[in-house]
Ligand binder design. Sequence first.
Ligand SMILES: [Mn+2]
Length: 415
Amino acid sequence: MYFWGIDLPNLAAVIDVEADTETVFGDDLSLDDLIWSGPQPSLPERCRGIGVDRCASSSQLITVVTAAIKGQRPVHFLPPYRTDHTMQVAELCSMDPSAVAVNTSTTFIRSVIRQRSVKSEAELAQIEAALVINAAMQTTAMRMATPGRYEREVVGTIEGLAYGRSGRKPPFSTIFSIHGQTLHNHFHENLMPAGRLAICDCGAESPMGYASDTTRTIPVGGRFTSRQKEIYEVVLAMQADALAAMKPGIPFKDVHQIAAQRLSSDFKDLGLMHGNVDRAVQTGAYALFFPHGLGHMLGLDVHDMECLGEDEVGYTDDIRRDSRFGVNRLRLAKPLAPDFVVTVEPGIYFIPQLIEQWRGENRFCDMIDYGKLESYLDFGGVRIEDDVRVTSTGAAVLGPVIPKTVAAVESSCRG
Ligand SMILES: [Mn+2]
């Protein structure tokens, strides 16, 4: 999709760098295609549409690749993410399928990541288009989060809205749950009771397949309790601090730490944590409440380019993945650059089983007030997520404003 713009299966393409040619390989339409899929443009017609004048049948691919290998020319390929592609690459390059992974081209992977990390104006416009739909999904969820409804009624409506507006299914399965402390909760059979918080993490695709990914936390029935408000405001402040710190050159890992710092400092004020804030960040004590990364790159994939390897996309030779609990889940750590698009999605969760485990091990018991936490065990969770463009001097939230302050969310719930 990124390089050729044709959204069809069973195609391959070769770029011959030395000859400066590009060729798309695929098969002519058969009678079966006509019967089952209806009349379609032919492959040469599609290729002309994208400005490529060379196309050939699938059977010729092996001839081209074999000739290159025989001529001792290096053949670079990206990691196949489907088993049948692995088998195909193995056959094309006459290697054992088990050798495909180690022979995948790091040079090619890194070139693609360098290019795709920086979004063009056209790509930004696609992400903005997805966000217009996404905003409608969030405000619809706010209006529908009323006591006595099932979570799935909300999910069905907002996912339908995504398809109805762009003709494309959402880029990932919606997370909508009154048990937001479970980070990727896809169980949607709960009846929503008044007074619970519901996390709504959903996205839409633009007509050309670019993703959006936003999260709001909604009080069922439309009013936050004072305790919910307190925690919600901490997450909002974590996001505001992160957004204020973002600019070209700053490692996103540092931005994550800034959000962690805000959590630790505000939790100290609330009496849930004690002691030195820097130490709470460095030791990872804060991760009891924020056990995931601050965000990830966004583009044609929701976790952009993850099939090229999460560490290749998010880390560098100098910035390696941290093994400490919580920050080990950070998908993006490398320095930001202009026109990167990333999600900024801090959260605070009270996961009863995790709290019990840490308490049993006396983990960080000088910094975490386990006694005070007892009354939070049924709280659930809060996450707030926006899609953000790195500008030449800072960062800008993309898309239309989606209600985010306590007052704006409550007002949106009332319609
Ligand atoms: Mn996300």
